[in-house]
Write a protein that binds this ligand. Structure first.
Ligand code: FCB
Length: 461
């Protein structure tokens, strides 16, 4: 049975942080007044973005940020997770800071504080400056130092006002969808590069943490996309173990000080020799963090190839993104979201529990969770019951995990607004607020009302 607001609200403790999340490239627009990013380069190639959408106008958030902050205040959220555009702050990736770009985030942060909303900043959410990609991007051995310099600029200006910092968002996507596969920017399609990029992203994280610590930044963490792999038969279970290695353990093990998982190293020796790993850097990756963010949407259910699943049916369900995996098919069970993703709140519980075991003593947050649905507009309204159900069932699961001992401290809905869903462009909508991408009008969906009421009715003491 689906939990109602009356059942969920009393289970939410007063100090459990509730928020919504967005990212710079997906909402900001105004790309001409900043440096170029790998996502403009990627979007310029026909076929890469499903509907041919480009970085502009997105949600025109650069000009409409105050209206958008008012939406957050109307929802009553405690916090707002957004990302800073690296090329807006340092157009060339390294070197000169664009003060006007930096000032935008200064106003945004003050605007949040004015409304009593805690700023949660993601330093890198995929929009690498093109100038850095020209040097090799996340394969360049100077990339982590560039990330440190960029972090320095942000920390110096904002450390006194930001409540929580995430160094990276979903580095698995950057490394494996962007470098191993061609599904996301920069679209390399070279399996070996996926592992090297993964490593350099982690080193970038480590250097960024060092800088944040130096500035006494509050609550320093990182955001990973973690999930549960379900192998439906014996052969698929073997594959599931390897895929779990690449998506979950490749990140959690080094963060926990265990180095890279040996089974993954063994199974990928024919792809890479791992010679890019250096012990001192590996140690630095294990420096303590204050929290870990988990972005969870769906489990990955797989069957052996002979069973014949729906190969590549959904976003992220591509074997190229899991180099070294024996042949399998993705076999999500319906009903699916518009992304082709299986809805399975029980897997959120397993993911949280497993993650807590793998990285003990680190408080967890769900930093993204939500669904894309068709959202027809009828008489100017969007009654997105399917999204309400998605949220209700996943918040229920999150609270269950918490009640059974997982140190879960908060939940962020993806997303505040319908926005540019990367390679899917405008074809997939995740917002609590509908955005008309021509008029830019924002309309609260039923799910926004659900959230508002849930927040208003949660425990006060
Ligand atoms: C995550 C991304 C986020 C958004 C959601 C749907 O992988 O972090 O930007 O695109 O998926």
């Amino acid at each position: 049975m689906l939990a109602t607001i009356s059942e969920l609200a009393p289970r939410i403790p007063p100090d459990f942080l509730i928020g919504t999340a967005t990212s710079a490239w997906q909402i900001e627009g105004s790309s001409q007044i900043r440096g170029r990013s790998i996502w403009e380069d990627f979007a310029a190639i026909p076929g890469n973005i499903r509907d041919g959408a480009q970085a502009d106008p997105a949600c025109d958030h650069i000009n409409r940020w105050e209206t958008d902050l008012d939406l957050l205040a109307w929802l009553g959220v405690d916090s707002y997770r957004f990302s800073v555009s690296w090329p807006r702050v340092i157009p060339g990736g390294i070197g000169k800071v664009d003060q006007a770009g930096l000032e935008f985030y200064d106003r945004l942060i003050d605007g949040l504080l004015l409304r009593n909303i805690e700023p949660v900043v993601t330093i890198y959410h995929w929009d690498l400056p093109s100038a850095l990609e020209a040097k090799g991007g996340w394969l360049w051995d100077g990339i982590a130092d560039s990330m440190a310099q960029y972090t320095e600029v942000l920390a110096e200006k904002f450390a006194d006002r930001v409540s929580m910092w995430a160094t990276l968002n979903e580095p698995w996507c950057s490394a494996f969808l962007g470098y191993a596969d061609k599904f996301m920017a920069p679209g390399k399609g070279d399996p070996a590069s996926g592992f090297e990029a993964a490593y350099r992203l982690l080193v970038g994280h480590a250097k960024s943490v060092e800088v944040l610590r130096h500035h006494h930044a509050k609550e320093v963490g990182v955001v990973l996309n973690l999930t549960t792999f379900i192998g439906e038969d014996e052969q698929a279970e073997v594959a599931a173990q390897h895929m779990d290695g690449i998506m979950n353990r490749l990140w959690l093990d080094p963060l926990a000080g265990r180095g890279f998982p040996l089974d993954v190293i063994e199974k990928t020796r024919h792809i890479t020799d791992w010679s890019f790993v250096n012990d001192a850097e590996l140690n630095s990756i294990a420096a303590p963090i204050d929290w870990l963010g988990i972005n969870y949407y769906n489990p990955q259910r797989i069957v052996s190839a002979s069973e014949g699943g729906a190969l590549g049916v959904g976003n992220g369900q591509r074997l190229d993104a899991f180099p070294g995996t024996p042949p399998i098919s993705f076999a999500p069970r319906g009903p699916l979201t518009e992304m082709g993703w299986e809805m399975d709140p029980a897997s959120l519980i397993t993911t949280l529990t497993k993650t807590q075991e793998r990285l003990p003593n680190v408080p967890l947050y769900i930093t993204e969770n939500g669904g894309a649905f068709p959202d027809p507009m009828v008489n100017g309204a969007i009654d997105d019951q399917d999204r309400v159900n998605y949220y209700a069932s996943h918040i229920d699961a999150a609270l269950t995990a918490r009640e059974s001992g997982v140190d879960l401290r908060g939940y962020f809905a993806w997303s505040l607004l319908d926005n540019l869903e990367w390679a899917e462009g405008w074809t997939k909508r995740f917002g609590l607020f509908h955005v008309d991408n021509v008029t830019q009008k924002r309309t609260a969906k039923t799910s926004a009302h659900f959230f508002r009421e849930l927040i208003a009715r949660r425990r006060k003491v």
